[in-house]
Ligand binder design. Structure first.
Ligand SMILES: Cc1ncc(COP(=O)(O)O)c(C=O)c1O
Ligand SMILES: [Zn+2]
Length: 417
């Protein structure tokens, strides 16, 4: 169905021909048996070279079709996913003592989150495989994104979300016509329920990590960064982390880019979790190859994950890159949302600003060197969770009567200056 060569199990290393297994290694199961997709990158790199890309006008991540696991791009899918802007922030770079700083604004994807990269590839595979029903468990963004692409493709989408999902994300699901099951429980419970139902019903499962092809969609952010920076990768990329799939997908993108001959090196990856949901930080600090699931509590709902499903790949990616995992407090995330809005003009949801909160902490602790070239991924738009945005701002609006006297009284109060 795709252009990939084969898959390997992240635990036992067993090799599977493309198409033999849909989700995880049967011997290792869904927690330890996640699969990695492999391409013949050297061959693809001869076709998909910097010179080819220079002549290609496709304004979406489908410009990298040759290194994606789909034989063709279904025409019915949303035309604009990926190729999000990479803003340079020179003043902020100077203030933080960094060489150069860029923000990649993935909140500008069609459903307003990074997850569109993965959903577009997942739905393309479901469609090309003749599937009619697609399902996902999600903290909200993966599901709203899946619902959008399923609607384009005419597939039935069945969604499992925790009942605490922010209203805007639920509104997106319903607007795109998905059937929504709000689970009275955590995201981790919704995930298990969805996976069990998908297997029993034979539905195509878009759950993060257990579907190996989703990371292939996520890797396009890294391919774009390399291309947007003139095939000169940054020194470090900062990523917010829940299940770890964006982190591992980004690493896969840099790895494929290097193997295709686009660049000579890969950046360090810095993964940032919210302190109340940081099993990957704990595993990283203990030097373990796998995470230990635990409770999860943070206002950053998208990364409120206790059992990070892409733990093996994410931990390996951070270590192979020479990077690190760190945790930030919810207050730091709220501060990062304000600073990102006011100094970069980017309105991010809490999880979307968590990488930036991590950057601020890494600089404060001197863990990012002066002069380094750094990219921060912003993974979700602030309109996804307005309640948290209102919580993040210190100044509230002043209610006044519709009279000039009321404005004058307000001005006299000194608040107009
Ligand atoms: C806005 C946002 N940021 C970050 C993440 C974390 O991605 P992952 O679960 O792949 O680590 C998510 C996942 O839902 C998200 O929606
Ligand atoms: Zn295995």
């Amino acid at each position: 169905m795709g252009r990939e060569e084969f898959l390997t199990c992240d635990s036992c290393g067993k090799r599977f021909p493309s198409g033999e297994v849909e989700l995880t290694c049967p011997a290792c199961g869904p927690w330890l048996g996640t699969l990695t997709v492999h391409f013949d990158c050297a061959r693809v790199g001869r076709e998909l070279s910097p010179a080819t890309l220079a002549g290609r006008s496709e304004p979406s991540h489908w410009r990298y079709l040759e290194i994606l696991p789909v034989a063709e791009r279904p025409a019915c899918l949303h035309p604009r996913v990926g190729m999000t802007p990479l803003y340079e922030l020179p003043a902020l770079a100077r203030a933080l003592g960094l060489g150069r700083l860029w923000v990649k604004d993935d909140g500008l994807n069609p459903s307003a989150s990074f997850k569109d990269r993965a959903s577009s590839v997942g739905v393309a595979r479901a469609l090309l495989g003749g599937r009619e029903v697609i399902t996902a468990a999600s903290t909200g963004n993966a599901a709203s994104s899946l619902s959008l692409f399923a609607a384009c493709a005419g597939l039935r989408a069945v969604i499992f979300v925790p009942e605490t999902a922010p209203q805007a994300k639920v509104a997106q699901l319903l607007m795109f016509g998905a059937e929504v099951l709000m689970v009275r429980g955590s995201y981790d419970q919704a995930f298990d329920l969805c996976l069990e139902t998908a297997v029993a019903q034979g539905w195509y499962c878009r759950n993060t990590a257990v579907n190996p092809y989703l990371g292939e969609g996520k890797k396009t952010a890294a391919l774009e960064i390399v291309e947007q920076l003139g095939f000169e990768p940054p020194d470090a990329v900062v990523v917010s982390v829940g299940d770890g799939c964006i982190l591992s997908g980004t690493w896969k993108g840099f790895s494929d880019a290097q193997a295709m001959g686009w660049c000579g090196r890969r950046p360090r990856l810095l993964g940032v979790q919210a302190r109340g949901a940081s099993p990957l930080v704990a595993a990283f600090e203990r030097g373990e190859r796998a995470a230990t699931p635990g409770p999860a509590q943070t206002l950053a709902d998208s990364i409120c994950v206790g059992a990070p499903r892409d733990h093996l790949k994410a931990l390996r990616a951070v270590r192979d890159s020479g990077g690190a995992m760190l945790a930030v407090e919810d207050e730091e995330i709220l501060g990062a949302m304000r600073r990102l809005a006011r100094e970069a003009g980017v309105f991010a949801e809490p999880a979307g600003a968590t990488a930036f909160a991590g950057l601020l902490r890494l600089r404060a602790e001197g863990r990012l060197g002066r002069g380094e070239r750094v990219v921060v991924l912003v993974t979700g738009n602030g309109l996804k969770d307005v309640a948290s945005a209102i919580r993040a701002v210190e100044r509230k609006p002043t209610r006044i009567e519709p009279t000039s006297a009321a404005v004058a009284a307000w001005l006299a109060g000194g608040q107009g200056r």
